[in-house]
Design a protein around this ligand. Structure first.
Ligand SMILES: Cc1cc2nc3c(=O)[nH]c(=O)nc-3n(C[C@H](O)[C@H](O)[C@H](O)COP(=O)(O)OP(=O)(O)OC[C@H]3O[C@@H](n4cnc5c(N)ncnc54)[C@H](O)[C@@H]3O)c2cc1C
Ligand code: SF4
Length: 336
């Protein structure tokens, strides 16, 4: 591993200033992804700016019914928070479906959103990979891609985003808060990005993953009030029963009155370079009978845009079945 410096940040503006002074430095959250990538040589920072001491480690329930989640809240604390479990149960379920207990005790909200893809070629320095080495090619398109993207990919990269947490955040219109030194004369300035705009389309620049300004520190995530989320669910399919990344996942919430869907939230995981909000499916669901036919039509509407590769076509069927199953469970629960 390349030698690097280490520094603890005491306050938010100090953390941002440290990174601005050294563009090859990186913020250190729990380190559960960054340190692995440093060991393989994918990441070679000059310095780590440890942000775990910053006062960004609380979850606050807002008066309007939403949540303000700090960037350094650990995955374990997020999943255990009573307000998260009551207001957005799918978020707690998604976080608990990820990694292991030890990892969740270390991993932070900001780091989870910025974790890199698990595409094997990305961490294999001997293979071409446009995300790691722009312009070198994509080994996965003609190589091993059974867990790669079926939605929103390009010939330049077919990797999926691995976060479970992000899928639930996408379903509930999360907004990412950040801090930069972009104020007048290089002073601290706060910014916000809806999660829908946070991850950039893949296009021909898969190495550019987010719309965060360079050097920005994620300070937290805001969840706007969503009463429908109180009855929500996250379901993940993986290749073994525990401790594995998703091959497909669904976060969903349904509002139902008199047997008709009044509001629908649906997001898919492990199918695209970002958590995938299923807007086409939501449009089919809203105003339709809360019944199996509707759920299947909604899933089909979303997956009509799927462009599977030779070895990952199973994901289209998997996601259809998963979405129908989760929506059916939510409808049955509402009818009780
Ligand atoms: C074996 C294993 C299994 C896993 N399984 C799953 C799984 O099933 N589901 C899942 O979702 N995840 C899984 N993970 C991934 C894990 O959730 C992530 O590694 C973790 O969430 C990253 O958080 P972190 O705080 O450790 O980030 P770090 O490793 O510290 O940082 C990751 C990146 O984010 C940047 N960063 C961190 N915080 C900030 C901030 N506040 N502002 C700006 N930049 C920041 C860092 O500079 C770095 O580039 C697994 C990881 C491992 C090792
Ligand atoms: S899918 Fe993306 S991350 Fe994987 S090899 Fe291709 S360019 Fe690299």
């Amino acid at each position: 591993m390349k030698e690097f410096g280490y520094q603890r940040a005491d306050d938010v503006s100090g953390a941002v200033a440290l990174l601005a002074a050294d563009p090859d430095a990186r913020f250190l959250g729990g380190g559960t992804n960054l340190v692995d990538l440093m060991k393989t040589g994918v990441e070679r920072p000059t310095r780590l700016v440890d942000i775990r001491g910053l006062p960004l480690d609380t979850v606050e329930e807002t008066a309007d019914g939403g949540l303000r989640i700090g960037a350094t809240v650990t995955n374990s604390d997020l999943a255990a928070h009573p307000g998260v479990r009551r207001r957005y149960p799918a978020l707690a379920q998604a976080v608990l479906a990820g990694a292991s207990g030890q990892l969740r005790n270390m991993a932070t909200v900001g780091g989870n959103l910025l974790q890199r893809t698990r595409c094997g070629y990305f961490t294999d320095l001997s293979k071409p990979c446009n995300k790691r080495a722009p312009g070198s090619g994509c080994s996965a398109v003609t190589g091993e891609h059974h867990n790669h993207a079926v939605l929103g990919a390009s010939d330049h990269c077919v990797a999926v985003h691995p976060s479970d947490m992000g899928v639930a955040l996408a379903a509930f219109d999360a907004v990412v808060r950040y801090e930069t030194l972009d104020g007048p004369g290089g002073t601290p300035a706060a910014g916000e990005l809806p999660l829908a705009d946070f991850y950039l389309p893949v296009g021909d620049t898969p190495h550019r993953e987010t719309a965060l300004p360079p050097g920005a520190l994620i300070t937290g995530v805001t969840l706007p009030p969503a009463p429908v989320a109180a009855r929500s669910r996250y379901r993940k399919v993986r290749e073994r029963a525990s401790y594995a990344f998703a091959i497909g996942s669904v976060a969903a919430a349904l509002g139902i009155e008199d047997g008709v869907v009044t509001e629908a939230r649906l997001a898919f995981g492990a199918v695209a370079s970002r958590p995938w909000r299923a807007h086409a499916a939501e449009a089919v669901l809203t105003g339709a009978p809360a019944a199996g036919d509707t759920f299947a039509a909604a899933a089909d509407a979303e997956l009509a845009a799927a462009r599977p590769l030779p070895d990952n076509g199973y994901k289209v069927t998997l996601m259809r079945n998963l979405a129908v199953a989760v929506l059916t469970e939510l409808a049955e629960e509402a009818a009780r």
